[in-house]
Ligand binder design. Structure first.
Ligand SMILES: NC(=O)CC[C@H](N)C(=O)O
Length: 222
């Protein structure tokens, strides 16, 4: 299974994300935002957390216009898998690959702590190793994690079982306590919590490792 991890100026979770995929057994390629092509035969494109372009304009707004964007959109359009974590989730909403927006946290403070999540669906390659309703401990670190969408989008996400994770105790004001969502073909996942920061016991918890293992397992068989 081949994974590509994109780096923007200001990304700071790109290496951790590459390590998490590598530990799961993936063949990991690093891609610079000014590149215009993804590695040949890539299965999963991963957009990491951080502060791309200093979070100027809106988090993820400038990164979404990067030269690599066209290749990421084309990958998603042909049914390729895309994972966006934290700033990566923000980038994917700015690219239009996921609906809604990540607004400033309701409390206007940067939140950096490990939170309890509920797995809202196991019906995706990313969440298939979890059981629906399972509680997992995963860190968050953001100031713009307040998921917001209009009523129609929320109803569709709920009706189509596209909410991947919810917060057990909503830390940031997200509508429906949403922590992560899936695209309509279930192959693009955006989530604010950082599974790559809970991917091995030395991190203080390894609940995120199953996400990378599940992607690896599913795509290795495909
Ligand atoms: N850890 C991150 O990816 C930070 C995301 C984003 N820049 C925010 O603070 O909201």
């Amino acid at each position: 299974m081949k994974a590509a991890v994109i780096t923007f100026p200001g990304s700071n979770c790109d290496r951790d994300l590459a390590v998490a995929f590598a530990h799961a057994g993936a063949d990991v390629h690093r891609v610079w935002h000014k590149d215009t092509a993804l590695p040949e035969g890539v299965d999963v494109v991963a957009v990491p957390g951080g502060f791309s372009f200093g979070d100027y304009l809106r988090c993820g707004a400038i990164a979404a216009q990067s030269p690599i964007g066209a290749a990421v959109r084309a990958h998603a359009a042909r049914g390729g898998y895309v994972l966006g974590i934290c700033n990566g989730f923000q980038v994917l909403t700015e690219m239009g690959l996921l609906p809604g927006a990540l607004m400033r946290n309701a409390g206007l403070k940067f939140i950096c702590k490990t939170v309890k999540l509920q797995v809202a669906t196991s019906d995706s390659v990313f969440t298939s190793a979890y059981v629906r309703g399972q509680r997992v401990m995963i860190p968050v670190a953001h100031h713009d994690g307040n998921y917001t969408a209009d009523a129609d989008v929320l109803a569709r996400l709920q009706g189509e079982d596209r909410i991947a994770f919810t917060y057990s105790a909503n830390p940031n004001g997200s509508m429906g306590s949403i922590a992560g969502i899936l695209s309509d073909n279930r192959r693009v996942l955006g989530m604010m919590p950082h599974p790559e920061r809970a991917a091995e016991p030395a991190h203080g918890g390894a609940d995120g490792a199953a996400l990378f293992g599940a992607v690896m397992g599913a795509l290795a068989l495909a």
